[in-house]
Design a protein around this ligand. Structure first.
Ligand SMILES: Cc1cc2nc3c(=O)[nH]c(=O)nc-3n(C[C@H](O)[C@H](O)[C@H](O)COP(=O)(O)O)c2cc1C
Length: 213
């Protein structure tokens, strides 16, 4: 079925996009307001866009009544944030931090999550998250009513048990046991079911075709 985005209410575009572009990684963003009150919220309009500089981006939509979400306001105020990744064991707490608490409420305290100081920024990271990236604000790009917040990763923490070779930066990714966002308001995927499709060279592809002739 064809969906014409020019002839469609934006709410339906949203439903189509988030139902089909799955699974999406989840940035569990920790930020601070000007008074130092901590904030945490998940963002699945999220990915990494380069390694030199190492840039990640999230997209913050408005609150239903149009105001900016705390994450965006805090990053604008302080110029920094921490992106933690969500393991299966903390998924329930991640959902708590997505509740629409008013500004000034520390979602980390609400969800019973401990934090650890960061090394290069003043915003801490979630202690039990197996991956945390300390980010400084790179740029904010308005995208309609959304704001694409790009951050430069200044330091990255990975749980010791997932690091196979620090010199070569080899990570045992399945050990992280991360979840991704699926469809609807409550569905997620685990990373426990994997399949490998090794990449091939043009020569290997030619040999494979020849073998089936
Ligand atoms: C898994 C998940 C992913 C989400 N992704 C986004 C997103 O990419 N952009 C967004 O604006 N809101 C997203 N939300 C909603 C925010 O987390 C929610 O509005 C939260 O209350 C914002 O908190 P804040 O005001 O403290 O930033 C997501 C919610 C969940 C549960």
């Amino acid at each position: 079925m064809l969906f014409d985005f020019d002839a469609m209410p934006h709410g339906n575009r949203y439903k189509l996009l988030v139902s089909c572009v799955v699974p999406r990684p989840i940035a569990w963003v920790v930020s601070r307001d000007a008074a130092g009150v901590l904030n945490a919220a998940p963002y699945s309009f999220f990915n990494v866009f380069g390694e030199d500089p190492a840039v990640v981006a999230i997209s913050c939509g408005p609150r239903p009544e149009g105001s900016a979400k705390d994450t965006l306001a805090n990053i604008q105020a302080t110029g920094e944030f921490t992106v933690c990744l969500v393991p299966h064991a903390l998924a329930e707490q991640m959902v708590v931090t997505a509740a629409d608490f008013p500004p000034g409420v520390d979602e980390l305290a609400e969800a019973g999550l401990a934090t650890i100081p960061s090394t290069k920024i003043a915003t801490p990271r979630i202690a039990d998250s197996p991956v945390a990236m300390e980010c400084t604000l790179w740029k904010i790009i308005p995208v309609g009513v959304h704001s694409m917040v790009m951050g430069e990763v200044k330091a990255m923490h990975v749980a010791d048990e997932a690091v196979m070779n620090p010199e070569r930066a080899y990570i045992d990714t399945p050990v992280l046991d991360l979840v991704g966002r699926m469809h609807g308001r409550g569905w997620y995927s685990t990373t426990r079911d994997r399949v490998e499709f090794p990449r091939i060279t043009p020569a290997e592809w030619a040999a494979r075709k020849k073998a089936t002739e």
